[in-house]
Design a protein. Structure first.
Length: 219
């Protein structure tokens, strides 16, 4: 038997490795050309991460029902306009301001307390809600300053406060007048009045508003 030198064996093995490597590289390149003949770069997959969902928008008041006639825009034929401000409150006490504006061209006399009726989304009174003159029947409500006869000059305004304890039913409408049976109209609220049945709506007397215009005591 002829002995094969170790050096020759190592050289042959190294040559085989180089040939295999070259063949492997050629095969890999050939397979790549078959998969991608235009030699366009293979896109790298993009990782996406879950994002926090945006908070749900606050639901606005429902659209006014066409069956509930409300105070029209502009100055009513009576020459006075009633507007209700937003609801304010804390610790279960709620408050709202009514503003009575003389939008006509003649003086307008007002005295005492506003007439207020709480209505549901269909325009019907909410059963069990009682309107009171003064604030003694509503816990934590500020004191009522009492009635003062006023004569509103054109452009002048008077204000009254509404106070109640939070309950479980929303009212989008109020029936409001300067006094009971006088120039009453339905007003759509800027934010719902959450009073609910078996509750008391306290009112304060009309007082001069902190607005442009003048209010003078009635004669």
């Amino acid at each position: 038997m002829t002995a094969i030198p170790v050096t020759a064996t190592r050289s042959a093995a190294l040559a085989c490795v180089l040939v295999l490597a070259a063949s492997g590289c050629g095969l890999s390149a050939e397979l790549d050309r078959e998969r991608n003949p235009d030699r366009s770069p293979t896109p790298t997959p993009t990782l996406t991460w879950p994002t926090t969902a945006a908070p749900a928008p606050v639901s606005p008041l429902p659209e006014p029902s066409p069956t509930v006639p409300v105070q029209p825009a502009g100055c009513p034929p009576s020459g006075v306009r009633v507007e209700a401000g937003p609801v304010d409150g804390a610790m279960g006490l709620r408050a709202m301001t009514l503003t009575l504006t003389n939008c006509g061209d003649k003086p307008y006399k007002v005295d005492g307390y506003p007439a207020v009726l709480v209505l549901d989304e269909t325009g019907l009174p909410i059963p069990g809600v009682r309107t009171a003159e003064g604030t003694d029947d509503v816990s934590m409500a500020p004191p009522d300053p009492g009635p003062e006869p006023l004569t509103l000059a054109p452009g002048a305004a008077a204000q009254a406060g509404l106070y109640w304890r939070m309950n479980n039913e929303d009212s989008p409408y109020l029936r409001v007048g300067p006094a009971k049976g006088r120039d009453e109209r339905t007003v759509r609220l800027e934010s719902p009045l959450d009073i609910g049945p078996e509750n008391v709506l306290a009112t304060t007397a009309w007082r001069p508003a902190r607005a442009t215009g003048s209010s003078t005591p009635a004669n």
